[in-house]
Design a protein around this ligand. Structure first.
Ligand code: NAD
Length: 369
């Protein structure tokens, strides 16, 4: 298969460039062995962009991100930029990308590889074979609702935020949840606090309506957020896709991530709405971890989260499930062979560098091709 898909790569700061280099190795392999070539363009984001241009992302880069078929990002930030004005901080670049591309759907898979089962703090029998997807609404809810602020009323100071969701905002995230479940185990758990929040009652009503409206092939259940937190630790494999709002998603996705026990293994995707004119769906793929300044430049970082993010890119932006499966299998094989970067090191395993890990994944891909 040939392609002229445009991929914008934003390595960012700290270990970002190191881990992204290893994902690029896989991008190149795809071009050579699977004949799926990307036009790859690299640009600056975060502190690296601030140093060059005085802002965390430039308008020109935003235009490239909007016209690209997908964006692959490393990580941003670091102590060097701690004293930079808030709106020019490295993180502001990431927030602008998410906001301007309207990336409302944040996909965070939590997968436990057999070879890493001991990295989880939970018992092996609880997390064995775990493969769940947390879908978090990312651009609305209490982090953005108005009014918000700190104000005085009758001589007493109050801090307030507003949890607010429109019907279309709930509908569109539910549609993503049903679509995801359709490609997985056909189960969606919608999570809110309908017992104590009006916005939760509304969320449940719209979720149910969206289900009836063409999605009854998927099993939908509802769960309160506090119970969901308990169930994630008690019996996580009962879930397939969990869909929830921005605030609960922030907490539950971190909780689910830690079931796997390792930050260096966690990919993510943030996806927007289809543009009715161009047909494009904006999407950005990135590892969950940050720029890890403590190990930056040491060739020690685990590149697997970024490589798995590229696998998600193939699966969700280009519908290349077979190729994405190959990458996931290659990663699993490398782990089964006992290769480990220091963050996931275990007894009897062989310590490898960032680059060695990337090359080992390519070697496994060669066997699978
Ligand atoms: P971090 O994720 O960068 O690091 C936390 C710990 O995990 C560190 O000990 C680090 O060495 C380790 N770690 C992280 N990723 C790893 C990998 N791939 N391989 C091996 N070890 C890894 O979080 P932090 O230390 O809280 O933040 C550092 C900087 O990153 C801050 O400036 C923060 O704002 C930024 N940050 C950026 C993002 C992002 O770009 N999406 C996310 C989180 C934090």
């Amino acid at each position: 298969m040939s392609s002229n898909k445009n991929l914008l790569v934003l390595p960012g700061d700290g270990i970002g460039p190191e881990v992204v280099n290893e994902a690029i190795r896989i991008v190149d392999w795809m071009g050579e062995k699977r004949h799926f070539k990307f036009n790859v363009e690299q640009d600056l984001v975060g502190g690296a962009c601030y140093d060059a241009h005085g802002s965390a992302v430039t308008d020109a880069t935003m235009e490239k991100a909007k016209s690209a078929d997908a964006v692959l990002l490393g990580a941003v930030g670091g102590p060097k930029w701690d004293n930079v004005a808030r709106d020019a901080r490295p993180e502001a670049g990431l927030l602008r990308l998410r906001k301007d591309l309207d990336l409302f759907a944040n996909l965070r898979p939590a997968i436990v590889f057999d070879a890493l089962i001991d990295s989880s703090t939970l018992k092996p029998e609880v997390v064995k074979g775990l493969d769940i997807m947390i879908l978090r609404e990312l651009t609305a809810g209490v982090y953005f609702g108005q009014p918000r602020g700190i104000e005085e009323r009758d001589g007493v100071r109050y801090g307030l935020d507003t949890q607010i969701y429109s019907e279309p905002e709930i509908e569109r995230i539910m549609e993503v949840a049903f679509d995801l479940a359709r490609k997985r185990n056909k189960k969606v758990t919608s999570v809110e606090k309908a017992n104590v929040m009006e916005s939760g009652v509304f969320w449940r009503e719209i979720a149910t309506k969206a289900h009836k409206n063409g999605n009854t092939d998927i099993e939908l259940s509802h769960m309160y957020a506090d119970n969901c937190a308990m169930q994630l630790v008690r019996w996580p494999s009962q879930f397939d896709v969990i869909v929830t709002d921005n605030l609960f998603g922030d907490i539950l996705s971190d909780c689910a991530a830690m079931l796997t026990g390792s930050l260096g293994m966690l990919p993510s995707a943030s996806i927007g709405s289809r543009d009715p004119e161009t047909g494009k769906v904006p999407a950005m793929y990135e590892p969950v971890h940050g720029s890890a300044p403590d190990i930056a430049g040491l060739n020690k970082a685990n590149p697997l989260a970024t490589i798995l993010s590229f696998s998600m890119l193939l699966r969700y932006s280009f519908d290349l499930a077979e190729d994405a499966d190959m990458i996931d299998k290659a990663v699993e094989a490398v782990l089964n062979n006992g290769l480990r970067t220091p963050d996931i090191m275990a007894d009897g395993c062989r310590s490898v560098s960032t680059a060695e890990m990337g090359k080992a994944v390519v070697a496994e891909l060669d066997k699978l091709a």
